[in-house]
Write a protein that binds this ligand. Structure first.
Ligand SMILES: Nc1ncnc2c1ncn2[C@@H]1O[C@H](COP(=O)(O)OP(=O)(O)O)[C@@H](O)[C@H]1O
Ligand SMILES: [Mg+2]
Length: 336
């Protein structure tokens, strides 16, 4: 087998440009842009490459505008790439072959396909027809999804009367009735309360395990990433800047180390501040963050000049690193 057939998803040197009309400020600006519309090219994806094996669940993260949704749209065949090679389950997505569409789903947290004025059950029926799901299979899939997402009592209620969390669960049922083996989940927990988020997370976990589904999950939710994904792909300004284990993200991007000390006697707080950033001081414990390369020196300084009962040097919390990724802070690689 060649490499491409082993991969559920293969993306090579993918680029996607959007041409947009440049807007000028103010009223005169709008008139002049009618007369001489200036085109601008937005490079949403730049030479991005990555691949997923069947059954992998990968977190796809980056700041707003990084190109995540664009990539998921290209992978589901909604957008045509400007350059590069994309294959999903051996299909070219933009061919939109029915066999392909029956195997994938794109779920967007901010968009819904459920009919607002009808009970969800009726959207399900419609999707059954669209995806040509055989009656028996439909019944089986539906009852499984109802079970997993705990939505039995919601099926016959007008969608507009439901909470956001309830709608999202029904949205997932509607999107997965055809039992896709590849899922593109774009911010599925956005805007949900913590209980609703947890239900969605449990579901994603189960669906991945139960069906060996290949899943790309985009999320700004820390728990989604930490609980569900081992591998993370980080995209920034359309380019992939990290692809690896969630735990290695720390080694690659942590700029600081955290020194935790326990003092055996009172100390002068002001003096401590000279050692590094004092993050917390709650006698007898202090937490100080220092630049990675300075951690050994800082530790030695502490041991020499302060009454230390215990000292440990730790990595920056993964949450803090991911937060920096979301903010789009320069997270250039550090050498160790
Ligand atoms: N249809 C479009 N037309 C023009 N520009 C777009 C379009 N869709 C997305 N973009 C631009 O492409 C870039 C990536 O957007 P997007 O993929 O939505 O990012 P993300 O999902 O990571 O927040 C942004 O600069 C965005 O403004
Ligand atoms: Mg997006």
């Amino acid at each position: 087998m060649d490499e491409s057939s082993e991969k559920a998803i293969l993306v090579e040197h993918l680029s996607k440009n959007f041409e947009v009309i440049e807007k000028k400020e103010g009223f005169l600006g709008s008139i002049s842009s009618l007369v001489s519309a200036k085109k601008k090219v937005v490079r949403a994806l730049k030479n991005a490459s990555f691949s997923l094996r069947e059954g992998e669940l990968v977190g796809f993260i980056g700041p707003n505008g990084a190109g995540k949704t664009t990539a998921l749209k290209v992978l589901s065949g909604l957008l045509y790439p400007t350059a590069g090679f994309v294959q999903v389950l051996g299909f070219d997505p933009w061919d939109k072959k029915p066999e392909f569409l029956k195997k994938i789903a794109l779920v967007m947290g901010q968009k819904n396909q459920l009919w607002w004025d009808l009970p969800a059950q009726e959207t399900f029926e419609l999707n059954r027809a669209i995806y040509e799901i055989p009656k028996n299979k439909y019944k089986e899939n539906l009852s499984e999804l109802i079970e997993l997402l705990q939505v039995r009592k919601l099926l016959n209620i007008q969608v507009r009367k439901l909470s956001l969390g309830q709608r999202m669960r029904l949205e997932l049922v509607a999107s997965l009735l055809h039992h896709p083996s590849v899922l593109f989940l774009d911010e599925p927990t956005i805007g949900l309360d913590v209980v609703a988020q947890q239900k969605i997370r449990d579901f994603i976990f189960d669906y991945n395990k139960r069906y060996k589904a290949t899943i790309i999950l985009t999320s700004h939710n820390m728990r989604d990433l930490i609980d569900l994904t081992k591998r993370i792909i980080v995209i920034d300004k359309g380019g992939i800047i990290f692809d690896g284990k969630l735990t290695d993200l720390v080694g690659e991007f942590a700029k600081e180390k955290i020194i935790k000390v326990y003092f055996s006697k009172e100390v002068d707080v002001r003096k401590l501040e000279g050692v590094g950033k004092l993050k917390r001081f709650d006698f007898p414990q202090a937490i100080i963050s220092v630049p990675r390369e300075a951690s050994a020196v800082a530790a030695a300084e502490l041991l020499q000049n302060f009454p230390i009962a215990d000292l440990t040097i730790e990595e920056e919390a993964i949450e803090d690193i991911i937060r920096r990724v979301f903010r789009g802070e320069k997270i250039k690689k550090v050498r160790h």
